[in-house]
Design a protein around this ligand. Structure first.
Ligand SMILES: NC(=O)c1ccc[n+]([C@@H]2O[C@H](COP(=O)([O-])OP(=O)(O)OC[C@H]3O[C@@H](n4cnc5c(N)ncnc54)[C@H](O)[C@@H]3O)[C@@H](O)[C@H]2O)c1
Length: 367
């Protein structure tokens, strides 16, 4: 299959994972990169042998590029995705897909109007951990799923990220930052959601950066930093979720567990492509470790590679705009529900993405 030429906009902390992860897939050919800070684009181009480091505008208008991967910060995701689509190119974006439902909806509307594809991270659910769990559920290893839990709690990012201010602005916080991994994993395993309730809280009005180079800078917290809630799914099961940046002393919470009529599945960290999968059947006293059925040696870029196959063959792509839009509505619903003191019914929905075939050759996504 003819490789798809790709450009990357945003050469910050996560770009390394994309330059390295995309190199695994023969379908992706990164031909140029850009950043508001041109020196960063130049440095990454040199490090990863990318032919051109050019301006953002030149990259968007580049005649050879078919997919642009948008690795900027959340407040620019939707507007830049829309610029990319308006330039006649397919857009693949880091999470979140938008700061709110309205701007994410506009991106999907525009993609449809232009007959272009739009995709969004996370693509971790396409790794061995997510795909093996999906296979187990689909073949009935825990019977009928009844309920689930999802927990992601920690102390935030101001102690390690080089420029962490966006994590405390709209589009940041534990739900818009980490929620996409957990909610996408749940949708992949259990299907779309229909109703959400939340209780949310901003525990501290400010946070102080301790990482370099901005150590000592005080950030105003714009978003809730501790969210708890429930999710009702279309196929009649319910999940409990906690996402927090306010847990400083450790915890014993699992990442994701799915409880079924015939057993429990312990799902590995959905922010990775691998991880230990444990299964415990009804009446059993020990957990069994389940070997991965799908490739774990993949990285970020697999979602864009899957989109590139979709462009060439006409099949649907998995980390797609409809699912990302649904996840944005879910994320926003926790805070809205808390503010309005009531459950909220969701208006968007999506299909479960097709699971990946077994025994794919390394670097390929279609059997
Ligand atoms: N850092 C991580 O570990 C990580 C992991 C997974 C996902 N992400 C997501 O990736 C995205 C980027 O995160 P990051 O950590 O790389 O941030 P970062 O601040 O390190 O890098 C962002 C880069 O984008 C550039 N940029 C910002 N706005 C731009 C614009 N309008 N046009 C062109 N360039 C622009 C900045 O100059 C910077 O180089 C975020 O949405 C984040 O949630 C980050």
């Amino acid at each position: 299959m003819k490789p798809v030429k790709v450009g990357i906009i945003g050469c910050g902390a996560i770009s390394r994972a994309y330059f390295e992860g995309s190199a695994i897939f023969k379908i992706l050919e990164i031909v140029a990169c850009a950043d508001l800070d041109h020196e960063r684009a130049k440095a990454q181009a040199e490090k990863y042998n990318i032919p051109q480091a050019i301006s953002v505008e030149e990259l968007i208008q580049h005649p050879d590029i078919e997919i642009i991967i948008n690795l900027t910060i959340p407040k620019f995701h939707a507007s830049l995705n829309q610029e990319i689509l308006n330039a006649g190119k397919h857009a693949y974006c880091e999470k979140p897909f938008g700061l709110n439902l309205a701007e994410a909806e506009e991106t999907c509307r525009l993609a449809k109007e232009k007959n272009l594809l739009v995709g969004c991270a996370p693509d971790t659910f396409l790794g061995g951990g997510g795909q093996t769990c999906r296979k187990l559920i689909d073949k009935g290893a825990i019977g009928e799923p009844i309920a689930a839990t999802a927990f992601c709690v920690g102390r935030g990012h101001e102690h390690w990220h080089p420029n962490p201010s966006f994590y405390y602005e709209q589009g940041g916080g534990p739900m818009f930052d980490m929620g996409p991994y957990y909610l996408t994993a749940l949708v992949n395993l259990l299907g779309p959601a229909v109703r959400i309730s939340g209780s949310t809280k901003k525990s501290f009005p400010t946070r102080t950066i301790s990482s370099k180079p901005f150590a000592g800078t005080v950030l105003t917290v714009e978003i809730p930093t501790h969210l708890t809630g429930t999710i009702d799914f279309a196929n009649d099961l319910t999940a409990t979720i906690i996402m927090s940046f306010d847990v400083f002393g450790g915890h014993h919470l699992p990442c994701i567990e799915i409880y079924g009529t015939e057993g429990t599945l312990s799902v590995p960290d959905p922010n990775t492509f691998e991880g230990t999968i444990l299964l415990r059947g009804k009446g059993e006293t020990e957990w069994k470790e389940i070997p991965h059925t799908h490739e774990t040696n993949v990285g970020r870029g697999i979602g864009a590679a899957d989109m590139a196959y979709a462009i060439r063959s006409g099949r649907p792509h998995r980390a797609n705009g409809a699912m990302a839009l649904h996840v944005v509505e879910m994320m926003q619903a926790f805070e809205n529900s808390s503010d309005q003191s009531r459950h909220l019914n969701l208006k968007t929905s999506c299909s479960k993405p097709q699971s990946l075939p077994l025994n794919l050759p390394t670097g390929e996504l279609d059997s």
